[in-house]
Design a protein around this ligand. Structure first.
Ligand code: FAD
Length: 427
């Protein structure tokens, strides 16, 4: 859909809302059932999948997706872009197919939410009314949490934790670095988006350096002691990269407490590290619109009911994806997709006046350490004691001693997973 048509669609939505707002002030189940208005904020892995699933479950629902970017740039596989193994274009997806499905796609950001009046304010000053709102804004970098690190610093010490410009900046810095340099990664404490991704990134950067700048080194400064799939990563590092990757854990003094952009220095309680390339992944929190809605608590994340995804803090607002927090389910595209479909089903049930089914979410996460060498982690999550917990016996992790053939198969499966999830979400 071209820009003009997107805008026309948006205007129609706003006009439609003005005409029907009064009749929706107190929707009765039967009235709401026929033309309930669902607004979804955020067209990423969670929001776009949820909007599509809602439409599929009940084509009568009036579903509006609010997303300021006309092109979505995916994080999974962006570490390959940083390592020069993939183009950024392979990460990019438009919203044309979603609009063609009959969803209203509004290319603006949501700027405020009035939970009492049930309206969403947009950057152009207009507003949308809703019966139910889905928040899927992903993460924001918490620029208050790491002294010295703010938006300006990020232009020098990239986080590359939102894919796009930042991904390309880190790539360019690696290309410009002289052989013999240190690439340092500052890794935050949990929770943060995609727990194993910093270690996948360290591996793929080492792959690039081994080919092009073999005297260089990767230094991981970590605010944790243990990490996801640690033995698999550490074995692979030994096998593939010799002493090229060094990790300093929390108890060894690895937590970065501040940064000094003028000298590209990472400061810990035990010493300072100067890097030629500094990839600073700061602490994170739910996308800002979640706190503007009152849905984020003191942790910065949004507590939810695990059956309906309804916010524990604000009525009629559901939260999915990285912004939500509700137990052990990791913040991943895979989980966001599963949450999106379960949330859509819960919303359709609530609108129909039925009890929502208890969700069963499965997620798989692949980590690639060199081309053709990957391993994975998967699990099934269900509500238990009001939060998501892994179903006993459902967890799978690739064996530590698997053959290269198994690793190759998992690398192929990772590619297939990415293709499937992006086609389901955007294609
Ligand atoms: P997003 O996908 O980030 O989408 C949020 C959307 O909301 C964005 O498009 C944003 O523009 C929009 N938005 C924000 N604020 C507003 C607003 N005010 N108004 C309107 N729209 C708004 N996961 C995996 O499962 N497998 C992997 O291999 C994997 N690899 C990763 C590698 C890296 C390097 C990183 C950083 C992450 C990786 N992830 C992976 C994690 C995955 O990218 C996220 O968990 C996933 O994107 C979360 O989906 P989401 O919908 O919550 O957020």
């Amino acid at each position: 859909m071209d820009a003009l048509r997107l805008m026309t669609t948006r205007r129609n939505v706003v006009r439609g809302i003005a005409a029907t707002a009064a009749s929706f002030a107190f929707p009765s189940p039967s009235r709401a059932q026929s033309v309930a208005r669902i607004v979804v904020i955020g067209g990423g892995f969670g929001g776009a999948a949820c909007a599509r699933a809602l439409r599929k479950i009940n084509p009568k629902l009036q579903v509006t997706l609010v997303e300021p970017n006309r092109t979505f740039t995916a994080c999974p596989f962006s570490n390959e872009v940083i390592a020069g193994l993939r183009s950024i274009e392979a990460q990019q997806f438009g919203y044309e197919r979603i609009a063609a499905d009959g969803l209203n796609v509004i290319a603006l950001a949501a700027t405020k939410i009035d939970p009492q009046g049930r309206t969403v304010g947009l950057t152009d000053g207009t507003s949308l009314a809703y019966d139910r709102l889905v928040l899927a804004p992903g993460i924001d970098l918490n620029f208050d949490a790491l002294p010295g690190y703010d938006e300006t610093t990020a232009a020098k010490m990239p986080h590359a934790w939102k894919a796009g410009e930042q991904t390309m900046l880190l790539r360019a810095q690696l290309e410009a670095m002289e052989d013999g340099g240190v690439v340092a990664l500052a890794v935050p404490a949990a929770p943060y988006r995609c727990p194993p991704a910093p270690y996948e990134r360290a591996s793929l950067i080492a792959h690039y350096l081994k080919q092009k700048k073999p005297r260089s080194k990767v230094l991981i400064l970590d605010a944790k002691d243990a990490f996801s799939q640690q033995r698999l990563f550490e074995n692979a590092w030994k096998e593939l990269y010799g002493g090229m990757i060094e990790r300093i854990s929390l108890s060894q003094g690895g937590r970065v407490v501040s940064v000094e952009p003028a000298t590209n220095t990472l400061v810990t309680d035990f010493g300072n590290y100067d890097a030629q390339v500094a990839n600073v992944i700061p602490p994170q929190r739910a996308g800002r619109i979640a706190s503007l809605a009152g849905a984020a608590d003191h942790t910065g994340w949004c507590p939810i009911d695990p059956v309906t995804f309804v916010s524990r803090l604000v009525p009629d607002i559901h939260v999915i994806g990285d912004a939500a927090i509700g137990g052990g389910i990791p913040k991943s595209a895979s989980a966001a997709n599963a949450e999106a479909k379960a949330c859509a089903s819960a919303i359709a049930s609530l609108i129909a006046g039925k009890a929502p089914a208890v969700p069963k979410l499965d997620g798989t996460c692949y980590n690639t350490v060199t081309p053709g060498y990957a391993f994975s982690l998967s699990g099934i999550y269900q509500p238990r004691d009001d939060i998501f917990a892994e179903v006993e016996g459902s967890g799978f992790t690739s064996p530590v001693d698997a053959s290269r053939e198994v690793r190759r198969r998992e690398a192929d499966q990772a590619e297939s997973w990415f293709k499937a999830i992006t086609v389901e979400t955007f294609g």
